[in-house]
Design a protein around this ligand. Structure first.
Ligand code: NDP
Ligand code: 2IT
Length: 444
């Protein structure tokens, strides 16, 4: 049996029920087969793949806190420290009721390759909790964050593991987490990224994932000899990544006609009014449904199905496996030409295979959404230097990094005769640096 298939079977057997983790590992191993086959003897003798798919450490802990009724609540907290071959563990924290070990392992595993693609010295990690911030008061969120950090603080540090935001973790949560870390350790250090600008945050970090996605999209459109001017775009989700993707793509002349949240979607033929979305989501923490009450001519539809709207470009920016085979068939039938993933693994495997076989240009999340973590690494640099770059400087670096990732991904695909297959290109290019560092450092 080929080494990659053997390792996939081992992962399934040794990690029962962790379906998202299996899915992420399978995609990477399938892409790497061409590379591994050419070096099979060497990699086998080093146990390279066995080591790659096993997290260096998983920390799981209890998070007790008291709600506004005085009732004790208990959540599960985790940090998956997956791979530190090329730098300290780096990756977000997700607070969502669906969070479990499988989801955090898939995210931590993907993060290894994404972080490698940025060209910056950051290893792969992810963490979070099944805590649901929706509907909680600020005091409840603070109480939760303080309890979560009381345990997590034992395992992180500016040169050890540097968490950031993800679903359900934004500026407010990072602030509470940072305050508690500082109180417990007495250290004013860059232990978290996505911090507020008044206490060590980087300009453009808030916008970075969404902006980076659109800088990548510009490269993809340019490769087709086109521009974003006049394109019709759908962006799913309405959180941090979605909002700043809409902002940048609109600035570049495209029209975003639909967005959603977990309850339903809005359609606005005139182009989404982002100020309204920002007010609903960033200020009032409300539901996307409210948009239709505020913007005449727009329509809200309860439930799933945003992909039924025709578009040239579809940018899934909500969550894993939101885009399935049935949906991409509809997108294709309605003329969609490009899909770039703002979210992590939003496209199912069957849908990805269909996309690649049917001529839709596709950029996987680990390349397309790497601008967020790349700018986090720039925040770490600024913290180390005790210095801040201007917005223009950070934005220019972000743009350069996204262009560089596009070049690396298309080059790796071409080197293996897989021109235009950016899934293979991203996995191969991400892997190459990590494997080099792992081999140099011996069996650790
Ligand atoms: P936010 O919490 O800011 O927003 C998440 C959005 O996705 C919300 O609109 C939310 O809707 C929707 N969503 C979340 N879970 C589900 C679900 N199970 N079903 C349907 N909709 C859902 O998160 P981000 O914007 O930060 O993250 C979005 C995606 O981007 C995630 O996959 C994340 O891992 C990825 N990502 C984030 C980066 C970052 O820097 N923040 C960097 C790289 C990737 P609702 O409010 O109804 O839950
Ligand atoms: O998935 C991701 O890359 C993130 N949530 C951002 C991680 C980070 O450390 O900025």
């Amino acid at each position: 049996m080929p080494y990659t298939e053997e390792i996939y079977a081992r992962v399934v057997e040794q990690n029962p029920g962790e379906v998202e983790f299996h899915q992420a590992v399978k995609e990477v191993l399938d892409s790497l087969k061409v590379v591994i086959d050419a070096n099979e003897e060497k990699y086998r003798s080093l146990g390279l793949l066995e080591r790659l798919v096993e997290p260096e450490r998983i920390i799981s802990f209890k998070v007790p806190w008291v709600d506004d009724e005085g009732k004790v609540q208990v959540n599960k907290g985790y940090r998956v420290q997956f791979n530190s071959a090329i730098g300290p563990y780096k990756g977000g924290l997700r607070f969502h009721p669906s969070v479990n070990q499988s989801i955090l392992k898939f995210l931590g595993f993907e993060q290894i390759f994404k972080n490698s693609l940025t060209g910056l010295p950051i290893g792969g990690g992810k963490g979070g909790s099944n805590f649901d911030p929706k509907g909680k008061s600020d005091r409840e969120v603070m109480a939760f964050c303080q309890s979560f950090m009381t345990e997590l603080s034992k395992y992180i540090g500016a040169d050890q593991d540097v968490p950031a935001g993800d679903i359900g973790v934004g500026g407010r949560e990072i602030g509470y987490l940072y305050g508690q870390y500082k109180r417990l350790t007495g250290l004013y250090e860059g232990v978290l990224t996505g911090k507020g600008l008044s206490y060590g945050g980087s300009l453009i970090r808030t916008q970075a994932t969404g902006y980076g996605l659109i800088y990548m999209l510009e490269e993809m459109v340019a490769a087709k000899g086109e521009s974003l001017e006049g394109k019709t775009v759908i962006v799913t989700g309405s959180g941090n990544v979605a909002i700043y993707a809409v902002e940048k793509v609109t600035q570049l002349g495209a029209k975003v006609v639909a967005m959603n949240d977990s309850n339903g979607y809005i359609y606005d033929a005139n182009g989404i009014n982002l100020d309204v979305v920002k007010d609903i989501k960033e200020v009032r923490r409300g539901r996307i449904k409210e948009y239709a009450d505020l913007v005449p001519g727009s329509v809200y539809t309860e439930g799933k199905g945003i992909w039924n709207i025709a578009c040239d470009i579809y940018l899934p920016c909500a969550t894993q496996n939101e885009l399935d085979l049935e949906a991409v068939k509809i997108l294709k039938a309605n003329g969609c030409e490009i899909i770039a993933e703002g979210a992590n693994m939003p496209t199912t495997r069957e849908a990805t295979d269909y996309i690649l076989e049917n001529g839709i240009l596709f950029m996987p999340g680990k390349a397309a959404n790497a601008g967020g973590v790349a700018t986090s690494a720039l925040e770490m640099s600024q913290n180390s230097m005790r210095y801040s770059w201007t917005a223009e400087e950070v934005d220019a670096k972000l743009k350069g990094i996204m262009k560089d990732i596009y070049a690396k991904v298309s080059d790796a695909a071409a080197r293996y005769g897989l021109e235009g297959n950016y899934v293979a290109g991203a996995n191969i290019a991400g892997f190459e640096k990590v494997v080099d560092a792992m081999m140099a450092q011996g069996i650790v």
